[in-house]
Design a protein around this ligand. Structure first.
Ligand code: DQA
Length: 149
């Protein structure tokens, strides 16, 4: 099984970005933890971080023919991007959305999520552990036989 892990804008700054909200764990540490989990689950991973909306759309399109699953933290684009939603719907690859925090418990503008409707599941508020949960869930459901919906 091959999984694309796609991190959105400003997540490259994890560790120093508003640590009182996002904690001190860096993106490199999150990816290293995911690589270890992937080894245990027999999953091949590609971890990418992109700041641009179009770059995220490109990364999703490039997953076509390679990835069997996508774990995405769309970050701020969760709340704004029809283009990213359409790309995820277009490739028809199972997607799980991850948020470190729980956007529903934050500012009003974070309550709208345009991406969730094209995802099998959303994991929010578990911090970095949420990424591992998402990867485990995709691996459990591999082959498409067991839908997480
Ligand atoms: C986030 C939540 C978003 O609202 C925010 O814009 C982020 C990070 C999270 O992981 O909690 O950049 O996606």
């Amino acid at each position: 099984m091959r999984v694309l892990v796609l991190h959105g804008p400003n997540l490259n700054l994890l560790g120093r970005r508003e640590p009182e909200i996002y904690g001190r764990v860096t993106l490199a540490e999150i990816d290293a933890t995911l690589e270890r989990a992937a080894g245990r689950l027999g999953v091949e991973l590609r971890c990418l971080q992109r700041n641009g909306e179009g770059e995220m759309v490109d990364a999703v399109q490039e997953a076509l023919g390679w990835a069997d699953g996508i774990v995405v933290n769309p970050a701020a684009y969760s709340h704004t991007s029809v283009a990213l939603r359409d790309a995820l719907a277009a490739v028809d690859i199972p997607v799980i959305e991850v948020h470190l925090t729980n956007p529903a418990a934050r500012e009003d503008f974070r309550h709208r999520d345009l991406i969730a409707g094209v995802c099998r599941a959303v994991v929010a508020g578990f911090g970095p552990a949420g990424y591992v949960l998402a990867l485990e869930r995709l691996a459990e459901a591999r082959g498409g036989g067991e839908a997480a919906r």
